[in-house]
Design a protein around this ligand. Structure first.
Ligand code: OGA
Ligand code: MN
Length: 281
């Protein structure tokens, strides 16, 4: 295999060519993939045909599989590590989590050790007369940090925020047991990427409810302003899906959101895995 890494031209993202994820990857190929992933925050492979166990095996090379609040409800038969993300209903029941991540977020930031990244394998992509719908947008929180003036940087560096599981309205309301399992946690709002050392803003609306040692009114202003700053057009890569795409993002480097511009009978079906990470520093 000859691996080729083609940056998207946006602030995040690279396409990786010359790799067949259904085959065993040698260490050199994997190292090149992992490096592109760390550097670009989002990587994707087109035209992949992989089974659920192959997706799980590839995911595991990046970190242990994490289970989230959707895993219990919507996993793939025989592969409990994979969550179905879909708007499809069969026999009156949804086969997966619908409208996952409609608003800007970083996955499971409300946990003490948020996942390193998340992977989606596109099985069905909605379209309107051939125009693909249901894109996913990614915003580089690293580029957003780089663009901040020193005056604001010094105000927020070394600060911590409260991340509250109940702050965000979810597509599927969590059970009380899930709320109890996820008490508020504290994370730095400027993270250092564990592999590249790049600084990344780690602030989102609704999840971040307070900044330690700061008046609530000022904290609210800062959270809103920083959350808006991260998602400015110059920091965004918008992925237009094709069936067979395998795409993964890094939850420290980028935030993401699902564009909800489709509905049944336009079907969307993704297989999702989540890779364990480290405590944010
Ligand atoms: C997710 C998510 C976005 C999408 O699975 O965590 O935010 O476009 N998905 O499906
Ligand atoms: Mn998400």
């Amino acid at each position: 295999m000859t691996i080729e890494i083609i940056p998207t031209g946006a602030a995040a993202g690279a396409e990786i060519r010359g790799v067949d994820l259904s085959q065993d990857l040698d260490d050199a190929t994997f190292a090149a993939i992992e490096d592109a992933y760390n550097q670009r925050g989002v990587i994707f492979f087109r035209d992949q045909t992989i089974t659920p166990p192959q997706q799980v095996e590839f995911s595991r090379r990046f970190g242990e599989i994490e289970y989230n609040i959707f895993s219990e409800r919507w996993s793939v038969t025989g592969s409990p590590e994979i969550v179905v993300v879909s708007n499809i209903t069969e026999n009156g029941a949804p086969i997966g989590i619908k409208r996952a991540g409609e608003n800007w977020h970083s996955d499971m930031c409300y946990t003490a050790r948020p996942p390193r990244g998340t992977m989606l394998h596109a099985i069905e992509i909605p379209d309107l007369f051939g125009l693909p719908l249901g894109d996913t947008e990614f915003a580089s929180a690293a580029a957003a940090w780089d663009a901040l003036p020193d005056t604001l940087r010094s105000r927020i560096e070394n600060r911590h925020a409260t991340f509250d599981f109940t702050g965000r309205k979810r597509a599927f309301p969590p059970k009380q047991s899930e709320i109890d399992r996820n008490p508020p946690v504290c994370h730095p709002i400027v993270r250092t990427h564990p592999f590249t050392g790049r600084k990344c803003l780690y602030v989102m609306r609704d999840d971040c409810t307070a900044i330690e040692g700061m008046e609530q009114a000022e904290a609210d202003l800062l959270i809103a302003a920083l959350a808006d700053h991260i998602v400015k057009p110059q920091f965004i890569y918008r992925h237009q899906w094709r069936v067979g795409d395998v795409l993964m993002w890094d939850n420290c480097t980028v935030q993401h959101r699902a564009v909800q511009d489709y509905d049944m009978p336009q079907r969307r079906l993704m297989h999702r895995t989540t890779m364990g990470g480290s405590v944010p520093v």
